[in-house]
Design a protein around this ligand. Structure first.
Ligand code: CA
Length: 233
């Protein structure tokens, strides 16, 4: 495989340079842009493997950049934003971002997010073909048969728990917001369903952790949503 190409869109020069240096040191190729319009042009011209996108750009809001790029590309997008901006992160995820990094972030954190995103790319080829069986650690889901197994034993899930599990697994590696999950599972009126979502997620987790030494593959992002992480085989 060629070295992955990372597009860095960030107006803050010291942060842009830090990321560039990190990419050089870790076998990634990179290109950079200091504002949204240059970033969109670079994305269209070079079709990078991953876009690292600052949300606070001088010419256009990062969330608008995501909407524009999503109109023609499914390239993975990791947004970078300040700690205080949970609402911005949620907007960015709902607009189609895959993940987020909070400033200030460590180089290790950045590299970990890139690995997760690239692994997801390799796992789910972009040709629209979906495998009928999903496995992650001890968990196995047979989408066609409509059942899930843990360590070879069938999991007894309620219909909503099963839908939640399928949704998370089909988006393994991505952070899904409360709004997105409740819309997918219940349809509308998501505000009223976030409390229900917490309850269903707690029972689903308990079932996924039963008899397991490690914790479940579902991460909580407080105030934002949930993500299924790919466990090492
Ligand atoms: Ca900025």
């Amino acid at each position: 495989m060629n070295k992955p190409l990372i597009l860095i869109v960030e107006d803050d020069a010291p942060i842009r340079n830090l990321i560039s240096v990190t990419m050089d040191a870790h076998a990634y190729r990179h290109i950079t842009a200091a504002d949204a319009s240059a970033g969109i042009l670079q994305a269209a011209t070079h079709n990078p493997d991953v876009l690292l996108l600052d949300l606070g750009l001088p010419d256009l809001d990062g969330v608008e950049v995501i909407r524009k790029i999503r109109s023609w590309s499914s390239m993975p997008i990791i947004v970078i934003s300040a700690r205080s901006d949970d609402a911005d992160k949620i907007d960015a995820l709902d607009a189609g971002a895959d993940d987020y990094l909070t400033k200030p972030f460590s180089v290790e954190e950045l590299l970990a997010r890139l690995r997760v995103t690239l692994r997801r790319l390799n796992q789910f080829p972009q040709d629209g073909q979906e495998s009928s069986v999903f496995t992650n650690g001890e968990l196995k889901i047979d989408y066609l048969a409509g059942c899930a197994f843990l360590g070879g034993e069938e999991l007894h899930l309620t219909p909503i728990e099963y839908r939640l599990l399928c949704l998370l697994s089909r988006n393994c590696g991505r952070v899904l917001t409360h709004k997105y999950i409740t819309q997918q599972v219940w349809g509308t009126a998501w505000e009223n369903n976030v409390a229900s979502l917490r309850v269903f997620m707690a029972t689903l987790r308990k079932k996924l952790e039963a008899g397991q030494k490690s914790s479940s593959c579902i991460q909580t992002h407080v105030g934002i949503g949930y993500r299924m992480v790919k466990l090492d085989p």
